[in-house]
Design a protein around this ligand. Structure first.
Ligand code: AMP
Ligand code: ZN
Length: 137
């Protein structure tokens, strides 16, 4: 199975690398949402967050925290988004787990999430179903 991020990790195709650790690679997104948009990627292939093991997830998040803090402090960033898209419907284009680190600037024009409201017991139903699932696993 071919994977563009595995190819970047294995240096088969080029990318603009920001940081390379033992388990994690960080490189600039080829089509940045804002200046400095980068991807934080485990070197082992996991399709999404459900597939990654606990230790690898810990290493990935530790790198995300380290790079985000270094980025923020070295650039004087006001803030940033850390985003994982899981599944096509959520906007996942590359099926190799990755975190988007998107620096945010005043008036950068990126749309915020919408905010709705729950009707009736729809939220309670979801919570009950999640807990039933967990209790019956
Ligand atoms: P997602 O939609 O969450 O799967 O994000 C995939 C991201 O990978 C997109 O933002 C793409 O712009 C980015 N991307 C795709 N190919 C490359 C590449 N060769 N080098 C760097 N970023 C890439
Ligand atoms: Zn891969």
């Amino acid at each position: 199975m071919s994977c563009i991020f595995c190819d970047i990790i294995n240096k088969i195709i080029p990318a603009e690398i920001v940081y390379e650790g033992k388990n994690t690679l960080v490189f600039f997104d080829i089509a940045p949402s804002t200046l400095g948009h980068m991807l934080i990627v485990p070197k082992n292939h996991f399709a999404n967050i459900e597939e990654i093991d606990q230790e690898s997830l810990g290493l990935l998040m530790t790198t995300a925290k380290k790079i985000a803090a270094a980025f923020k402090n070295s650039q004087g960033l006001a803030g940033y988004n850390l985003i994982i898209n899981n599944g096509k419907v959520a906007g996942q284009l590359v099926n190799h787990l990755h975190l988007h680190l998107i620096p945010r600037y005043e008036d950068d024009g990126l749309e915020a999430w919408g905010h709705g409201e729950y009707q009736g017991d729809s939220s309670k139903k979801i919570a009950d179903e999640i807990n039933n699932y967990l209790n019956n696993k």
